[in-house]
Design a protein around this ligand. Structure first.
Ligand SMILES: Nc1nc2c(ncn2[C@@H]2O[C@H](COP(=O)(O)OP(=O)(O)OP(=O)(O)O)[C@@H](O)[C@H]2O)c(=O)[nH]1
Ligand SMILES: [Mg+2]
Length: 483
């Protein structure tokens, strides 16, 4: 048993940044302009959570809550791509549930090797060699690498067990798991001996199943009395719940029936984090300590009460090992039934990528803080802005082309955006200078872009014409390139 057990941890993960692309021109004797040869930047490394059966608690994350993956290297001249950053694998126990900071379940990691991308590395920027095209033979710019994802996540361990034992402190839960399995939990005659869940592997005939022993519950546990209900997350996945009842207790006012009722009241107040509820889970009543004569008598007395409720009842003694065989086989049967009903299409390795929301689309909305301004949102436009080196005019021109091709300009025009109005994308604000429809954007030599020469604002007549063209789609007359 781990001396310290941590079943909840908050972690900060930072994926690696992508390396910048390189803008370089091939140089060789007698070949003054050998073409662009800047390589791409390397992708940043991911931070991954991987289920490792040898890890049993989230203790490591308690001590080291920050984790970051390697950055991608910059691209270089001579078409040399930057190396990708190293990904970081964090080992988590089987049954780890990943939640967002506000409690939304993002993933439930079950089965060795199951992997979750906790933070995705930034993409490396393209070098100028990759950006070259017919229209742009020698780009004088490269794209920036993107920042890696940074996330705050909550990890919670919900043990994967078939049978969950619940009961008052000192009912004999740990004793039961110790005689049925090889687990050696601490057993003592004082309450709350068990402070962390224990897992044991039990064999009943052909069936092998796991059993979890959680700390004892007392009335008021749902209000935090005793150790509270927190540990019940470890029995959320159980096929069957076993009430372990102490028939030999001297405590006044307690008897097996009221003990079970009291704990049922507490169980009903527990809301499983994975959804569903514990109410519908099959239950079994184990009347323990029948080696004590008074206990055996009491067990005989109350057995019919439980049977009348339709609950299977087993009289056992973990001390004399009486009744354990029947109990084991009955539990094996229920577990088998549950497994047969439960489709278990568990792939060996599931990679759950965080969902990219609306990867292709974008939205245009009026900017509440800027009269006449607009905000453009969307995964692609925002990414493109992050990739742009605003110190390079050609790179800015390239961004404008990309936005135009996606239809951002058109959408802005449709929303009534006036040329020169402030448009914000991913925190960067531009003055919107639409390229006039019908006029092909063309590129001059390296380092220049015709639009950069147009310093004057668009005239009212031009604006009117542009609006008319947007409406009708055809230019009235042959437009002069310089107009
Ligand atoms: N006579 C007798 N004593 C038992 C039996 N089973 C358990 N005990 C005793 O009951 C006491 C409590 O047993 P545990 O197994 O630690 O009880 P628990 O339910 O795990 O208790 P917590 O961990 O505190 O919730 C110990 O002193 C055990 O020796 C039994 O069948 N007969
Ligand atoms: Mg115990």
């Amino acid at each position: 048993m781990a001396s310290r057990f941590v079943d909840r941890a908050v972690i900060q993960v930072a994926a690696g940044d992508g390396g910048n692309g390189c803008a370089s021109v091939h140089r060789e004797k007698f070949k003054p302009l050998g073409g662009p040869d800047g390589g791409n930047g390397g992708n940043g490394g991911d931070v991954l959570l991987v289920v490792d059966p040898n890890v049993h608690t989230l203790l490591d994350f308690h001590f080291r809550p920050h984790a970051s993956a390697g950055n991608g290297k910059q691209g270089q001249g001579g078409n040399r791509a930057g190396a990708a950053g190293d990904s970081l694998e964090l080992k988590v126990p089987d049954g780890t549930v990943v939640l967002s900071e506000d409690g939304e379940v993002l993933a439930d990691l079950i089965g060795a090797g199951t992997t979750f991308v906790a933070a995705q590395g930034g993409r490396g920027g393209l070098g100028n060699a990759a950006l070259a095209s017919k229209a742009r033979k020698a780009p004088g710019f490269a794209l920036l690498g993107e920042a890696g994802e940074v996330r705050s996540l909550v990890l919670e361990l919900r043990s994967v067990a078939d049978v969950g034992l619940v009961g008052f402190p000192s009912a004999g839960k740990s004793s039961l798991i110790s005689v049925l399995s090889a687990a050696k939990p601490k057993i003592a005659d004082y309450p709350f001996t068990t402070l962390v869940p224990n897992l044991g592997v039990v064999t009943g005939g052909e069936t092998v199943f796991t059993m979890a022993d959680v700390p004892g519950l007392i009335p008021g546990a749902s209000e935090g009395r005793g150790l509270g209900l927190d540990f019940l997350r470890h029995i959320e996945r159980c096929a069957v719940l076993v009430h372990v009842v102490d028939c030999a207790t001297y405590e006044p006012g307690r008897d097996p029936v009221s003990d079970v009722d009291a704990l049922e009241t507490e169980l009903a107040r527990y809301t499983p984090g994975l959804g569903g509820d514990l109410a519908g889970r099959p239950r079994v009543v184990v009347l323990n300590k029948i080696d004590v004569p008074e206990a055996a008598e009491l067990a005989e007395l109350v057995k019919p009460d439980f049977e009348a409720r339709g609950l299977p009842v087993f009289e056992v003694s973990t001390a004399s090992r009486k009744g354990l065989r029947e109990l084991t086989f009955a539990l094996a049967g229920i577990v088998e039934e549950y497994r047969a009903a439960q489709p278990t299409p568990e792939a060996e390795r599931i990679v759950l990528r965080p969902q990219a929301v609306g990867d292709t689309g974008f939205t245009v909305e009026p900017d509440p803080d800027e009269p006449g301004g607009f905000i453009v949102r969307g995964a692609r436009p925002q990414r493109w802005v992050r990739q742009t080196n605003f110190g390079n005019d050609e790179a800015v021109g390239y961004l404008a082309d990309r936005l135009n091709r996606l239809g951002v300009e058109e959408a802005l025009a449709r929303q009534g955006a006036e040329p020169g109005c402030p448009v914000t994308i991913d925190g960067v604000t531009f003055d919107w200078e639409p390229s006039t429809p019908g006029v092909a954007t063309y590129f001059a030599g390296r380092g220049t872009d015709v639009r950069l020469e147009e310093h004057g604002r668009v005239t009212a007549a031009q604006r009117k014409e542009a609006r008319r063209v947007r409406r009708d789609g055809v230019p009235e007359a042959e437009l002069d390139e310089d107009s």
